[in-house]
Design a protein around this ligand. Structure first.
Ligand SMILES: NC(=O)c1ccc[n+]([C@@H]2O[C@H](COP(=O)([O-])OP(=O)(O)OC[C@H]3O[C@@H](n4cnc5c(N)ncnc54)[C@H](OP(=O)(O)O)[C@@H]3O)[C@@H](O)[C@H]2O)c1
Length: 300
């Protein structure tokens, strides 16, 4: 199929107007020059007839030779034409210049206004994006119980039972959003009470009782926007992705190695700084020694 190509550079309408006006002006001056030549020729011809050939030499309108009277009449017409072309000429006179100047100024003002508006919009967007990031980064916490070898779970179940750890988990997360992967959600008997449960899955039709379902971690965090401390509670896949968004890790380090199929990502000490720790020995209620450790992301 053949498409007519659009010309790359179209002429500015302002330039077209200028060219049109210039053409009109040239035509106007040309007409005046022709008028002048015709007048000179007619006067010369009249003088020759009147004086050389003495044609109607005795005809004297207004008490003068008829050729003079005719020259005066033609002169008046020529003068009127001259005044029209050179005195009252308004095509590109002062008024036209002022009008053009106003037009250009108006055009410029509109452009400046447009640029200002887009800059304001950009600044507002930037500020709101920064604000959003700050707001999100400030309070997002990952909470996990992790063995020395970073083990997290096995066969979609927790490996240990540490009642103080569960208590701490309950106290910290109560009233907040708890964001988790679909597998972690399914590893629990039901949604966690007194918390807003958010389940992440790639399945479009997934439904979870008493929980919000979203398709990305970003969507989960957006849902928790109003929460001053949303928690990412696992499992392994979600923790790995959560590291980029969180700025705090509440870690329970269980001081043993375990066989597992799910692991917590390595904590990079160049990125994360330990800011608080509380150690617990093993006792009749706790089969393993453990430590509560808080990490905060180092500002870069
Ligand atoms: N020790 C602890 O503190 C702790 C805490 C929590 C969990 N766990 C353990 O961890 C294990 C579960 O962890 P896991 O790594 O196997 O699974 P998981 O992280 O809980 O869930 C993985 C699922 O989340 C969804 N998902 C992950 N990334 C996604 C993304 N970017 N967008 C959309 N959906 C996404 C997918 O669901 P779909 O397949 O439906 O798409 C994926 O299969 C269990 O053993 C559990 O007991 C331990």
């Amino acid at each position: 199929m053949f498409f007519k190509k659009k010309p790359k550079n179209t002429i500015d309408p302002q330039q077209v107007t200028l060219v049109e006006h210039a053409q009109q002006r040239i035509a106007q001056k040309k007409r005046f020059n022709n008028h002048l030549l015709a007048t000179l020729f007619l006067v010369f011809f009249a003088f020759v007839l009147n004086f050389a050939f003495e044609y109607k030499a005795d005809f004297t309108p207004f008490n003068t030779h008829w050729s003079f009277a005719l020259a005066a009449l033609l002169g008046v017409f020529l003068l009127i034409h001259f005044i029209k072309v050179y005195v009252f000429y308004t095509f590109m006179g002062k008024a036209w210049e002022t009008q053009q100047m106003e037009f250009l100024l108006e055009k410029q003002a509109t452009m400046v206004e447009k640029i200002k508006r887009s800059m304001d919009k950009e600044a507002a967007l930037k500020a709101s994006a920064e604000w959003e990031r700050e707001k999100q980064q400030k309070n997002i916490t990952m909470i996990a119980a992790v063995a020395e070898n970073n083990a997290l779970g096995m066969d979609n179940k927790l490996i240990w039972h540490l009642s103080d750890d569960l208590k701490r988990f309950k106290n910290l997360t109560k009233g907040h959003h708890v964001i988790m992967g679909r597998k972690t959600f399914e590893s629990m008997p039901k949604a966690l009470p007194n918390r807003t449960n958010v389940v992440i899955t790639r399945q479009a039709e997934y439904a979870a009782e008493n929980a919000h379902v979203v398709n990305t971690l970003e969507a989960a965090l957006a849902l928790a926007q109003e929460d001053d401390r949303p928690f990412i509670i696992g499992g392994g896949e979600i923790y790995r992705q959560g590291l980029a968004f969180a700025n705090c890790i509440e870690l329970t380090r269980v001081h043993d190695d375990f066989e597992a199929d799910t692991f917590f990502p390595e904590i990079d000490t160049a990125v994360w700084r330990e800011v608080w720790r509380e150690n617990h020995d093993k006792d009749e209620k706790h089969a393993h020694a453990f430590s509560f450790i808080r990490y905060e992301k180092i500002d870069v």
